[in-house]
Design a protein around this ligand. Structure first.
Ligand code: ADP
Ligand code: MG
Length: 394
């Protein structure tokens, strides 16, 4: 892969037009780069803030040709981009960060788990389920467990709990008998994630650990940095670097981890891109995850990922546009913005639908307890049902 440094004024290609791409494009623009977005559909959150939008399918040869003509380097903002498209762009001479093979590995939970294990990082006990015959291999100790589709799952979609073999069979049928992974359900003490950037030269920059809280399978809020012991945080960061190095990864990688009661750390899944749990790096770190993605794509040195301020990130789902009787309302932005340290990010999506990620608020303060108190205030203004959880104890 070429290590050519692309100077400001060049165009960086982006596969995918969602909110992660929007924040990548914003970081690129602030460093003087142009962005060309390839995304089906006329409007996209990333396309709205980019110089050029190519409206076509991710595997459209004509669209990929246009992108190749516009950019010397390409990156991605979601893992379900066909890895073949990245490979095709690489064949046309574009530098792709991450590489197609790394993205392909993360598109299938079975392959992904194997990579994590090969890197020497623990995973939840699991078995691949590809046919009904595989149920015989599901050891009794895996129950109760969670059956997940190997591909295309996100925000808890494509997952069914199963407490017995007959339930597992029913779950497999309910998921359409597609390739799955069956994992033992672990008792989680905490969920955390680590984002690591790895440059073309193999140097890494590790962000502080994020503490993640999900509701209905969707990330609801992140406390940054995580409220865990320093040695536990260091272990998670080492695991993330180990995985990035084992994959010879170039780009921004997120590793989701579970912490169990005995403080053991289990890697859950990987994302070959910036991550929702890293939004707070924009305000809370010297360099954001999006800027790191720009730097890697351009072949520039990584930035300093160190923490500048504690923060709490609240995801804003489409639900907050619905009143008590289900009527459409405008959320009370002025009162959110009147909270000191509250920074609003909206993604420009035209239609607010329940469970759809529309934006986020990052709240910073001099201390973590102050950040939590302010985030709680913002959550109350937005009517978020978990506002009461935003305390020092949780
Ligand atoms: P997604 O792609 O939807 O994020 P995940 O594998 O991260 O899929 O699962 C979503 C959530 O489900 C996790 O954040 C965690 O809360 C829970 N979960 C997933 N796997 C397990 C497991 N093996 N044991 C306990 N909880 C799990
Ligand atoms: Mg996840």
């Amino acid at each position: 892969m070429s290590h050519e440094q692309l100077m400001p004024g060049e165009t960086l290609g982006l596969l995918g037009g969602g909110q992660l791409g929007r924040m990548f494009a914003q970081a690129a623009a602030s460093m003087g780069y142009h962005v060309a977005v390839l995304e089906p559909g006329e409007f996209s959150p990333a396309g709205e803030v980019s110089l050029m939008s190519i409206a076509c399918g991710y595997d459209d040869p004509k669209g990929l040709e246009k992108l190749a003509a516009a950019a010397k380097a390409v990156t991605t903002e979601f893992e379900n981009v066909p890895a073949a498209s990245l490979a095709a762009l690489a064949a046309k001479g574009l530098r792709t960060t991450p590489r197609a093979e790394a993205v392909a590995a993360m598109q299938n939970r079975n392959v992904e788990k194997a990579f994590i294990e090969k890197a020497g990082v623990p995973t939840a006990p699991h078995v691949a389920v590809r046919t009904k015959a595989d149920f015989a291999d599901a050891a009794e100790t895996l129950f109760p467990g969670i059956l997940k589709t190997a591909r295309l799952g996100y925000d808890g979609k494509g997952q069914i709990q199963a407490a017995s073999k007959p339930e597992l069979k029913a779950a497999f049928e309910q998921l359409g008998c597609v390739e799955c992974i069956f994992e033992k359900r672990l008792a989680l003490k905490k969920e955390i994630s680590v984002i690591v950037a790895r440059g073309l030269d193999g140097k890494t920059a590790i962000f502080p650990v994020a503490e993640n809280h999900h509701k209905n399978g969707i990330l609801a809020y992140t406390v940054f940095p995580a409220r865990i012991d320093a040695d536990l945080a260091a272990r998670a960061q080492q695991y993330a670097v180990r995985i990035a190095e084992a994959l010879k990864y170039c780009g921004v990688l997120c590793v989701e981890f579970f912490i169990l009661a005995d403080d053991s750390i289990i890697a859950n899944e990987l994302a070959p891109r910036p991550h929702n749990s890293g939004h707070a790096t924009i305000e809370a770190c010297t360099t954001s995850q999006y800027e790191q993605q720009v730097r890697v794509a351009a072949g520039l040195p990584l930035g300093d990922p160190s923490l500048r301020t504690p923060a709490v990130m609240l995801n804003i789902l489409g639900d907050v546009w619905f009143g008590e009787k289900g009527e459409k309302i405008e959320p009370d932005w002025p009162n959110v913005l009147s909270i000191p340290g509250a920074k609003l990010h909206l993604y420009g999506k035209k239609e607010a639908r329940r469970a759809r990620k529309m934006g986020h608020v990052t709240v910073v303060a001099a201390t973590q307890s102050e950040a939590l108190a302010r985030a709680r205030e913002a959550a109350v203004v937005l009517g978020l049902p978990f506002a009461h959880e935003l305390t020092e104890q949780s």
